[in-house]
Design a protein around this ligand. Structure first.
Ligand code: PXP
Length: 238
């Protein structure tokens, strides 16, 4: 049975909008675990736009399932990961101006740097995953740099329409098969929601799905009724 890793970055985005203390992604992570999440994912971005160092430190101590730290392949982030020692590190490309992670990591072009960083992370006992496009050259390079897992970038599939969507799903299917054949663990994520995940689930072979935006978006809407009722009861004095 595939696992579900819940990404709580968007809870932190809401907190940062006011610069206060709520909602707390650490509390959200505990709630996600109580509801059945198999893992918790956070992306500590270089600009700290949502998740903060404090969140990662606390999550390391409170997460009962496994903690997957997404981060850019930089020396600063590798040093933080070696201090925190999450269960997994997922290396992702990062651009300051992007709204969210755009595209997979170019493992082919960064083989030397990634080999060194993955070796350091392994020495600290951390399992390493690389967020890559469903592209055979990137998968083969992932093996060469000694990654344990790949996370297949599903964003292009999620955004595609019509026949392009069918073609993107076929690329994901090929990447799952190739990844497993190459001896890599295969995860997937980005842009998955309650509809578009179904055809991907039907392919089989994915160990863990990392999903954030659609779950937190749904939480806001399914939780709004109760939240308004509770405040209305206070205001109306009943
Ligand atoms: N996997 C990776 C590597 C990501 O960068 C993200 C976004 O932070 C996700 C999964 C989750 O994507 P989404 O929020 O669209 O579900």
């Amino acid at each position: 049975m595939p696992k579900l890793g819940v990404n709580v970055d968007h809870i932190a985005t809401l907190r940062q909008a006011r610069g206060g203390t709520e909602p707390d992604p650490v509390t959200a992570a505990a709630m996600a675990e109580l509801a059945g999440a198999d893992g918790i994912t956070v992306h500590l971005r270089e600009d700290r736009r949502h998740i903060q160092d404090r969140d990662v430190m606390l999550l390391r101590r409170t997460v009962q399932t496994h903690l997957n730290l997404e981060m850019a392949a930089t020396d600063e982030m590798v040093a933080i990961a070696m201090k925190v020692v999450p269960d997994y590190v997922t290396l992702v490309p990062e651009k300051r101006q992007e709204l969210t992670t755009e595209g997979g990591l170019d493992v082919v072009k960064q083989k030397q740097k990634l080999t060194k960083q993955i070796d350091l992370l392994h020495q600290a006992g951390i399992t390493v995953s690389l967020f890559v496009d469903p592209d055979l050259a990137q998968l083969k390079a992932s093996v060469r740099v000694k990654a344990d897992y790949i996370e297949i970038h599903t964003g292009t599939y999620c955004d595609a329409k019509g026949s392009a969507k069918v073609a993107e799903l076929a690329k994901i299917e090929e990447a799952i098969k190739a990844g497993k054949k190459l001896g890599l663990g295969v995860n997937a994520g980005h842009g998955l929601n309650y509809q578009n995940i179904r055809p991907v689930l039907a392919l089989g072979g994915v160990e863990e799905y990392n999903i954030g935006h659609s779950i937190i978006s749904r939480a806001v809407l399914v939780g709004l009724d109760r939240a308004v009722r509770e405040m209305a009861a206070l205001v109306h004095g009943c």
